[in-house]
Structures are given as C-alpha cells and as structure tokens.
Design a protein around this ligand. Sequence first.
Ligand SMILES: NC(=O)c1ccc[n+]([C@@H]2O[C@H](COP(=O)([O-])OP(=O)(O)OC[C@H]3O[C@@H](n4cnc5c(N)ncnc54)[C@H](OP(=O)(O)O)[C@@H]3O)[C@@H](O)[C@H]2O)c1
Length: 235
Amino acid sequence: MEKVVFVTGSNKGIGFGIIKHLGLSGWRVVLGARDKGRAEAAIQKLKDLRIDVAGWVKIELADLNSVETAAAEINAKYGDLSLLVNNAGIPGDMSVASFDSELKDVKETIDVNYIGTFAITKALTPLLIKNKGRIVNVTVPSEANPYWHPMAYVASKAAQNAMVGVMAMEFEQKDLPVEIFTVHPGPTTTDLNGNMDLPGFHNIETIGEKMAELINDGKKHNGEFIELYPIVKED
Ligand SMILES: NC(=O)c1ccc[n+]([C@@H]2O[C@H](COP(=O)([O-])OP(=O)(O)OC[C@H]3O[C@@H](n4cnc5c(N)ncnc54)[C@H](OP(=O)(O)O)[C@@H]3O)[C@@H](O)[C@H]2O)c1
C-alpha cells in the first residue's frame, strides 16, 4: 500500500515544512488548503523537488460543511490515506489579556483549532483505522506560563490536547489499529507570529525535517506529547 498523507494548512508555514519533508522521504502528499492559488503555488514548489503530489483538498476548518466535503473527497479519492497531520491553526488575538478578549475571537480560535480539527479527525478516523494509520497534531502545551499565555490560543490547544489524550486512550481500550499523538514544534518563525525571529526560534525547514524524522521513526507514539526540542531544566 502507498504511504499517503494529508496535512491541513500545508500551503505555507510549518505545514509546508512538514509536507515537503514527508514528500522528500517518500510519502505521497495531499495538501489541505483554503485557497486554490495558495495551494497551487505550494504544489509547484513541491513538484519542483520531484515530490509525489497527489493533489489538494479545500478545507476551511471554521466551516463544518467544508470539513465534511473535504472528508468525503479524501475518502473518495485517497482511499490509501494512512496519515493525517492536523497542522492548520490560528493564533487568535494574542495582544489582549484574557479578561479583555473579544468573545468572537475566542470562539473563532476554538472553532478552528479545536472543533474543526476534531471534525476532520472524526470524519477520517474510519479510513485511518482501515489503513492502520496515524494522526499527528501540531500544538503547544496547555498550561499557562508567566511568560506566554494568550488565552484564546492556549484554551483552544488545551482542548485539542485533551482530544488527543482521550482518543489515544479509547483507541487502546477498543484495540483499534490506529494511533494519535501530539507534537510541540517549539517557537518557529512563521506568519502566525508575524515572522518573529528571536533567539531560540526555528525555521520551517528544520521543523519539517525533524517532524518527518519523528513520523518515519517506526515507533509507536500513541497518546504521547512530544517536545520536538525538549526544554532543558537547569539545576
Ligand atoms: N509558529 C509557531 O511558533 C508555532 C509553535 C507551536 C505550534 N504551532 C502550531 O503550528 C501550526 C501551524 O502554524 P504556523 O506557525 O505554520 O502558522 P501559519 O504560517 O500562519 O500557517 C497556518 C496554516 O493554517 C491554515 N489555516 C489558517 N486558518 C485556517 C482555517 N480556518 N481553516 C483551514 N486552514 C487554516 C493557513 O491557511 P491560509 O494560508 O489560507 O491562511 C496556513 O496554511 C498551528 O497549529 C500552530 O498553532 C506554531
């Protein structure tokens, strides 16, 4: 069976880095994107690298009808899918304190990062079980810390992280041949943070390469929360 992967939000940023390096390591890739022009520009870059691009699927995570249509298209066209990477996400308004947040912004962030992500995961789980596949979520730790705590974003990722923990446990309890795990890439220079490039930030090439290495490592990771760059605690 061919190794086919679908990566949400893979027209740019970390998702593009992941799909590029999975493609370079032999995966057949299907891009998830919201916009035809942005999808086609990314596909051209991948094809220039001789990556096997199966196509792209339009998916807007804030719209459950779009998620349903995307899942139906994937089921119909890419029956060999064995890996879903839930990468697409939005930051929400990171400039405000929790108590000054606009409810509209909190809701939108949770709709995209959690509800939409759960919806595509749920819709593709039967196919992934059939193909003994895997689901990988790109996220951040759920705990508030004194240095960085944008509430809408952290709350949406906390829900996503809980989803991974619960689904992983249930997959095991029901002995289903599928796994789900979480990866925190660490700070990465992308549009999501205004292309911030402070010391300790990584670029999408490094992250894409490390993510592909992890995904291809042949180990079981069900339920794990993996720090791509483990935080070193000094005594
Ligand atoms: N950058 C970091 O430091 C960092 C650290 C830890 C975790 N992460 C996580 O990594 C993931 C990727 O982030 P990034 O930094 O690469 O951000 P990015 O460069 O802004 O890329 C985000 C991707 O998600 C897509 N997207 C946004 N809203 C969407 C929606 N409503 N429906 C479907 N797709 C949507 C974007 O598509 P468009 O091009 O159409 O907008 C784009 O392809 C996110 O889940 C983020 O939380 C990032």
